[in-house]
Design a protein around this ligand. Sequence first.
Ligand SMILES: NC(=O)C1=CN([C@@H]2O[C@H](COP(=O)(O)OP(=O)(O)OC[C@H]3O[C@@H](n4cnc5c(N)ncnc54)[C@H](OP(=O)(O)O)[C@@H]3O)[C@@H](O)[C@H]2O)C=CC1
Ligand SMILES: O=C1CO[C@H](CO)[C@@H](O)[C@@H]1O
Length: 462
Amino acid sequence: MPTKMDRRCFLGATCSTALGAGAPWVLPSTVFGQSSPSNRINIGVIGLGTRGIPDMKVFMQNEDVQIRAICDVNKASGGYRDESTVMGLEPALRIANQYYAEKQKSGTYNGVFTTSDFRDILERDDIDAVALVVPDHWHATMTRMAAEAGKDVFCQKPLTLTLGEGQEMIKTVRKHGRVLQTASQYRSNCRARHACELVLNGRIGKLKSMRVRIGYNNKIGPGPGWEPMPVPNDFDYDMWLGPAPRAAYHEKRCLYKFRFNLDYSGGQITNLGAHAIDIAQWGNGSSLTGPVEVEGIGAKWLPDGSLFNTALESTFRARYANGVELICESSGEAMGVRFEGTEGWIEFVLVGGKFRASSKSLENEIIGLDEIHLPVSNLERTFDNPGNFYADHVRNFLDCVITREDPLEPVEVGHRTASVCHLWNIAIKNIGKKLNWDPDKEKFTNDDSANSMCTRPTHDWS
Ligand SMILES: NC(=O)C1=CN([C@@H]2O[C@H](COP(=O)(O)OP(=O)(O)OC[C@H]3O[C@@H](n4cnc5c(N)ncnc54)[C@H](OP(=O)(O)O)[C@@H]3O)[C@@H](O)[C@H]2O)C=CC1
Ligand SMILES: O=C1CO[C@H](CO)[C@@H](O)[C@@H]1O
């Protein structure tokens, strides 16, 4: 007999109508029999930095996965988020070879293909899917090319660099019948899902507002007058820049810090907003749409000419067609989302995965069979033990590669989450203006200059 919490997760899985996300159909991995090599899902990992090496390990630990190929423009260096850890192509290759050598008990393994040009991976017939763990300015281009090459895609968040990229990605992924999972892994967290199901089922009355907190910039960049640095040996800087504008090299432009330059990312607004706003969108039932009005309340930047040009901190407000208000701000408190309703509140703190609510009994609340249930990636998880939900999110992708169902965060949903982050960035460049946003047409209806910020020219890198 399932416990209360077991039962809730179980119901969530089986009754899912997947508000804003395709219903998952989780196939047991026994479908692969002995996981014979011919039945394995062959993966290429592109980008082996701060997140890429951990992602490769998560994929590798699935019995039915074979890492066939890896790609990075950097052979090896330190200076990523954890400055002293050496990452890049060579350390990743050592990790993969050692893993497979130990598994085969042969002592050696040399079966992983390496390259600094991701197109070499896309043209291989033996690759089923790619994990794109590269800076944000590459996500759209690599997704499009991977889909055209017939590969399924696990793409890191934020799915896009600009608002304009999303529809093209959706079109290409759907045209080629590919599975795409956005790596906003909190949708695989049992507590985040419970919070959203409670909100969607009216347990805090009518939802009035959502308060999102994200962190401040966590790195320091050089100020005005910074001096370019020589491009390191064994680093293909042109291929790192790719579709972004040409720019003089500085180590703080790359290696994790790309987040703080608008040519490659959107600062913490897109970096962390892609997690926290994703959960707000889920709980509001707006995963496939967006707000109708947005407003920048305040922002601080570094002096002009600094290498880092994303907002240091900011506050943003938006309103949805259902009347719900979204208030987002930079904060020293742990990243979180607080849903406030007419009869109570619920908060999900992403860092540490904590659930808080106006009433303790909400933790144990059961969602009935005839109520709204959100999709689940791992039926075993319970509220008391959300487990390794990142691994569950990856597994959900792999299951969908087999079943051809949509995963928890398909391309449309990843695009809409990223869009709210981009609206935040555009709004804080237009402080004092209330911008009306048409989420169907994906256009501002009262400001042409804001519309011009939805797309950017790209460099012809090929
Ligand atoms: N879901 C999550 O929790 C997390 C998601 N992320 C996301 O992952 C992505 C990567 O971030 P992160 O790992 O921190 O960044 P890093 O800079 O640490 O790593 C990115 C890697 O990709 C390499 N790279 C860049 N361009 C190319 C290219 N054209 N072909 C092959 N490799 C390339 C980089 O090379 P080089 O070493 O030379 O810079 C680097 O090794 C981001 O979109 C980020 O938002 C990151 C952390 C957590
Ligand atoms: O997605 C992410 C999760 O958290 C990290 C910070 O701790 C981010 O930098 C990263 O991009």
